[in-house]
Design a protein. Sequence first.
Length: 418
Amino acid sequence: MKTIVISLVFAVVICIGGIGVAISGEAILTWDYPTTNTDGSALTDLGGFKVYYGTSSGSYSTTIDVAFATCITASPCSISTYTVANLSNGTTYYFAATAYDTFYNESAYSNEVSKIISSISPTIPAPTGIRLAWSGGTITVSWDKPNYSNIAGYQVSRGPTPTLFNAIYDVGPASANSSPCVVSYAGCSRRQYIMYRVSPGTYYFRVEAYNPSGNIGEASADVIYVTTVADTTLPADVSDFAAAPYGTGIRLSWTNPNDLDFCCLWIEYSFDNSTGPWITLNNNLKGLPGGQQTYDHLNLLTGGHYYRIHTRDVSGNTTSTEYTGATLASKLAPETFSEPTPAQQTSSREPTQKREKAPTGFGCGTIHHDGDDSGNNSNEDGSIVVLFQVINHMQQAITPCKYLFGVICGKARLFRDR
């Protein structure tokens, strides 16, 4: 049974917050889509998500199957949000999420987040000096830290209009921005958050701070926007594209380009023909810039298997092709040996025999004399020759065989003295 990777890297990492001021009785969760299974293969059959919550850490009394919830990114969706309502004021709630595939194999829990539900209006001042910078699918939002001593983190809200914010990012304490404060005060510093692989469009932003109890402060008065346009620059190709036999199929591996607006991959396949025709295996496989990635193509026939891969950015620019291939060979049948058929015995009487030790061979058998002392001592007993041939063959094929030779030699003597 396969399971889905849930980690801080390949997200169902959930974040928590409210819209504007703290909202009584609600918690808003957001999470990133996972991209791989636990064995490292690409996740291509995501079926949905479940939200778990309760009033004790690690113990979740309520489960909600939210399917894909509400997508807050352009297609293909990579981030979803869900609002848990009807929560009791004054109570701390703990939340986690899981993903499941189309066969309902469910992942482990994501990281846990918590929130104290409170109806008390926050007193945390709003961030000021909101600024935006955009370049090739990447947006940097920066702001002045509020003049408040107990800030635990920030949430950045994004939306299509100045009043509708349908994407919320809990960015924690955010990272430092080296620019001077727009509204300066003693001890002021600027913070920033960078969004990658943003599709072309117009986006509005605002920022709020929150304290260690999860209470969210006033929203920034500056609601600013940026319009990103599609670029025409092709992303770089993947590197180290390779194919190798893997069980009943082929495992592809490669390294994604470092382009910040890189988002997706298109993989094609051809059987026993390196020039096509080509069949699409996946035309929207998600990938991270600079990441190493694999794709398993299983249950294949023996023969030559050929692949080509394209990269794509958020503007839809698609690269030319990188090629690779591998041969899946059939398993060899185990080697078999057949024992020679013994020579037919004749009814003629054997000539007089003289017992002597054979000068060669394995120390068993006889040297036959025809009794005429003519020196023509031919071996009329063909069975002894056959047995020696069998022994010579088995010495090459069977190890050890000392005991076996003794048995055969004994049988040779019995046959000879019969």
